[in-house]
Design a protein around this ligand. Structure first.
Ligand code: TXE
Length: 479
């Protein structure tokens, strides 16, 4: 059994009240370890460690901070295999994906902000003839980072790296469903020379451990990624406490395909944007709209490609679709497939659980394509967050634009066309924080990341993240 502990004040500690929860291996459907279900007392200890580390860390030179973050990045890269295996085992994603995306991007997060902090300048404004103004961007103090199970280390480090780069100290909680790589990160941080107390990692349920973090009166900012409902719950508690909030929530992203697109590139990318990570990425293009003139051709070609995807054990090199993250999530996704049938949806491919030989209790599901008669059905409106996409044709630009925007979410959108004017017109009107044109998930970490409407509040990435994790102070000196 792999039991893990909290990482508080630079050392590993058991939860004070000795409460533990099971950690499952989704590819086998069995418990493989225990993790702390930390209580208020553990969160208070983590907070105290962060608070006592803050004066020195916030005064640590930019060069020194940068050096430590880059060292953390290098140590993650040196331990790529161990981290990838841990991530794949904990989440159910193919080892190939953890190795190619999750872990390298976690290293990039630290490297990026280790460099960005050396370029993060403050402004000054001259009030001609009267005064000089300069703006300090000071670290907030102790901040909370709470992350989800879909891209565990990738999203955990996406918050922690800018927070500590900006001089804050952190109380961080990974998802209780996928705690393993966050646990491994603790060791790496100590080895990289991160002073104790700068980063504290507490494990446990959202309703206990997570709740204790958002309720803590002296944790001044919360950076959260997860479900929209949870985000709303956090906002209700944190807003009256005047905490800074960054909320990266759900999505129901349109993938709009015009006939004039580069067809093969579109087709191959659409398979990825539909089913990567078992469709458990908030950026997946889960609603596919295809121009009528190529709809029948697309349907045939897309089904053929998806049929060729291999659902298998995540440790197999040729597995394309691994296990869903939990039994509960598998049932939730399966329920949506059943709902689609009651809404006159047609299952063009998939829809069934898969039994993988030797892993009969694993949480496996076929990649599923559902043709829907209307954009207003539930499977086209609600985030399913699994290997399920809907498809339907459209005739006119304004028709598809209206359907694309007619959801409560506004995270990302993908547009396939070679018509420049159409690209500008539609990108301008699509209600999303990110629009990919003729690509998907191409990421430049300097760009603002986040959505609008029910997809969240605020932006992560680049200087946006460093601004979130600092307070601006204007100093005006009369001369
Ligand atoms: O998110 P949750 P989960 C969506 C997707 C998914 C749904 C739930 O629809 O099905 O969110 O996923 C912690 N106070 N996305 O279960 O439940 C919890 O412990 C403080 C989209 O991962 O919101 C975990 O660490 N914390 C998303 C984190 O919040 C609380 C990616 C996320 O848990 C808490 C993942 C509370 N009261 C899921 N309750 C995206 N946009 O990337 C829970 N948590």
């Amino acid at each position: 059994m792999q039991n893990i502990q909290n990482y508080i004040n630079g050392s590993f500690q058991n939860p004070i009240q000795n409460k533990w929860i099971d950690n499952y291996n989704p590819s086998k459907g069995e418990v493989y370890g225990q993790i702390p279900n930390s209580t208020k007392e553990d969160v208070e200890n983590a907070y105290k460690a962060a608070k006592s580390a803050f004066p020195k860390w916030s005064q640590t030179s930019i060069e020194e901070r940068s050096k430590i973050l880059i060292k953390i990045s290098e140590l993650i890269e040196e331990n790529l295999d161990a981290f990838s295996q841990a991530e794949s085992k904990d989440n159910g994603k193919p080892i190939s994906l953890a190795k190619a995306v999750d872990i390298p991007r976690s290293a990039s997060n630290f490297r990026f902000f280790g460099n960005a902090i050396t370029q993060f300048a403050s402004e000054s404004h001259e009030s001609i003839g009267q005064a000089i103004n300069y703006t300090l961007r000071q670290p907030i103090g102790v901040v909370g980072c709470i992350s989800p199970w879909n891209l565990p280390l990738y999203l955990f480090t996406w918050k922690i790296a800018p927070a500590i780069a900006a001089g804050n100290c952190v109380v961080a909680k990974p998802s209780e469903v996928t705690p393993m790589t966050a646990y491994l990160l603790g060791e790496i941080c100590s080895e990289a020379g991160l002073p104790k107390g700068v980063l504290n990692i507490v494990h446990g349920l959202g309703s206990t451990t997570g709740q204790a973090i958002i309720e803590h009166k002296d944790i001044k900012a919360i950076s959260f990624t997860g479900g929209t409902a949870t985000g709303a719950h956090i906002a209700k508690i944190a807003a009256p406490m005047f905490k800074k909030l960054s909320l990266e929530l759900g999505g129901k992203n349109p993938n709009i395909i015009f006939a004039d697109c580069d067809y093969d590139d579109m087709l191959n990318t659409t398979v990825r944007s539909s089913f990567a990570n078992q469709g458990q990425i908030c950026l997946c293009g889960s609603r596919i709209f295809v121009e009528a003139s190529i709809y029948e051709k697309f349907k045939k070609d897309f089904v053929t490609k998806v049929k060729a995807l291999k659902v298998g054990h995540p440790a197999e090199a040729n597995t394309n679709i691994g296990a869903l993250v939990s039994k509960a999530h598998l049932e939730k996704v399966k329920e949506y497939i059943d709902i689609a049938k009651t809404e006159n949806g047609t299952i063009l491919y998939g829809g069934n659980k898969v039994t993988v030989e030797g892993f009969e209790n694993g949480y496996y599901l076929e990649p599923t394509i559902i043709e829907v008669p209307s954009d207003e059905c539930r499977v086209n409106q609600e985030e399913i967050f699994g290997p399920v996409v809907t498809i339907m044709p459209f005739n006119k630009e304004d028709e598809v634009l209206k359907m694309a925007n007619k959801v409560k979410y506004g995270l990302s959108a993908t547009l396939w066309t070679n018509n420049l004017k159409r690209t500008m017109r539609m990108s301008n009107q699509l209600q999303a924080g990110i629009v990919w044109v003729n690509t998907w998930m191409m990421r430049d970490l300097r760009t603002p990341f986040g959505g609008i409407k029910a997809s969240g509040v605020g932006r992560e990435g680049g200087f946006e993240a460093l601004r979130f994790f600092t307070e601006a102070k204007n100093v005006c000196i009369k001369y």
